[in-house]
Design a protein around this ligand. Structure first.
Ligand SMILES: Cc1cc2nc3c(=O)[nH]c(=O)nc-3n(C[C@H](O)[C@H](O)[C@H](O)COP(=O)(O)OP(=O)(O)OC[C@H]3O[C@@H](n4cnc5c(N)ncnc54)[C@H](O)[C@@H]3O)c2cc1C
Length: 343
């Protein structure tokens, strides 16, 4: 799909697949010239993929591990999640020449302009946006950079060689501390504080498993690092973490007809409920990821009725809004409506 009037996805060809570890592969994409502008990105952003697995359409985000400053091609890395549908499908089925449906880059986990040192905490597959930021900062700035990178064991270190090459060619600027669960145990608050040392004025970038990020955030908070110095990318959506799906429907509401994956379902959306929340409460499986108006995963087109999108943090552009698209994670229904997810 190449024309935005038809939907937000573009079809891109895989040019390379790299086995990074036993359970993670990098996928390099061929972005044709005509889409180069659309797919321009900042270090730390992600792409949204849509695939069909066992008759279900799945939508997931994968961060770019390449750098716009140093790499010609767009590269992502996907780590298998136990029983995860898309991550295993990507590892098992994507080969050179595969055509994948992908939305243009999005996200705010990007390098902030500053002269402050940069300290990054990466855990497991959380290294993807982190390495993009590191490569970009090394190429464009002289800021001191320190990476604390946590993994289960030596064999699960994604981009080990690439990181080592970056370190050895930037010895004065870039330091890496590997933390391996099997050798050192989990990172705790004391370790976070020790690694930060006197650099409390740094900018901090964090991406990894939920408990790892919580420990890092707590450690930084404990030594007085201000919130505006801390940048976090969460790979899990907030409702997956908090179990929002169990929330009951709200009083009142409007009926909404939803066209998704070839089926048509009419549900009631509570007065202050979002379309996404109502659809999931009713057992539908609409696409979503960030639920904070920036990823664009949950986009759908309003074909009748009145829907109010209360927030857009870059997940959707003006042309799409003019064309009737909304972010369902931020949209409430004013008058009975019909919405269609992209084919
Ligand atoms: C902004 C962003 C960037 C990301 N970047 C990356 C990246 O660079 N690399 C990367 O590897 N990942 C990344 N992710 C995570 C990625 O998007 C997926 O969430 C991840 O690959 C898991 O998807 P999945 O389809 O394999 O798992 P899912 O099928 O969604 O399953 C996830 C977990 O839920 C469990 N589960 C599934 N269905 C059910 C059910 N019905 N009942 C109970 N439990 C169930 C599974 O067992 C599994 O443990 C990113 C996420 C975000 C939001």
């Amino acid at each position: 799909m190449t024309d935005e009037s038809q939907g937000p996805y573009f079809q891109l060809r895989v040019s390379q697949v790299i086995e990074e570890t036993a359970d993670a592969k990098s996928i390099v994409l061929d972005v044709p010239k005509e889409h180069a502008e659309r797919f321009a990105y900042s270090a730390g952003q992600f792409l949204t993929f849509r695939i069909e697995v066992d008759g279900h359409r799945l939508v997931r985000c994968y961060s770019l591990a390449s750098s716009p400053a140093t790499d010609d091609a767009h590269k992502i890395a996907v780590k298998r999640v136990d029983d995860g549908r898309m991550s295993n499908w990507m590892n098992d089925h994507v080969v050179v020449g595969s055509e994948l449906e992908i939305m243009p880059p999005a996200g705010h986990f990007c390098l902030r302009e500053s002269d402050a040192p940069i300290i990054l905490f990466g855990g497991g597959s959380g290294i993807t946006p982190i390495i993009s930021i590191i490569k970009t900062a090394l190429a464009k700035t002289s800021r001191p950079i320190k990476l604390i990178y946590a993994n289960r064991d030596e064999g699960s270190i994604i981009f080990k060689n690439e990181l080592e090459a970056l370190r050895s060619s930037n010895l004065d600027q870039f330091e890496i501390v590997h933390r391996l669960d099997d050798l050192h145990g989990f990172v705790d608050e004391a370790r976070v504080i020790q690694e930060v040392g006197p650099n409390k004025d740094a900018d901090f970038y964090i991406c990894g498993p939920g408990p790892f990020m919580d420990v890092v955030e707590k450690g930084l908070g404990g030594i007085g690092v201000e919130e505006n110095q801390i940048f976090i990318e969460r790979f899990e959506s907030s409702s997956e973490v908090s179990g929002v799906l169990d929330a009951p429907a709200l009083e009142g509401g409007q009926s909404v007809t939803i066209k998704l994956d070839g089926t048509v379902t009419t549900i009631v959306v509570g007065e202050a409920e979002t379309i996404l929340a109502a659809a999931r409460r009713e057992g539908l499986e609409p696409p979503f990821a960030c639920e904070e108006a920036y990823c664009g995963c949950c986009m759908a087109k309003v074909t009748s009725g009145e829907v109010e999108m209360q927030l857009n943090d870059g997940g959707i552009d003006q042309r799409q809004i003019d064309d009737g698209w909304v972010l369902t994670c931020q949209s409430i229904v004013k008058k009975s409506a019909t919405i269609e997810y992209p084919d």
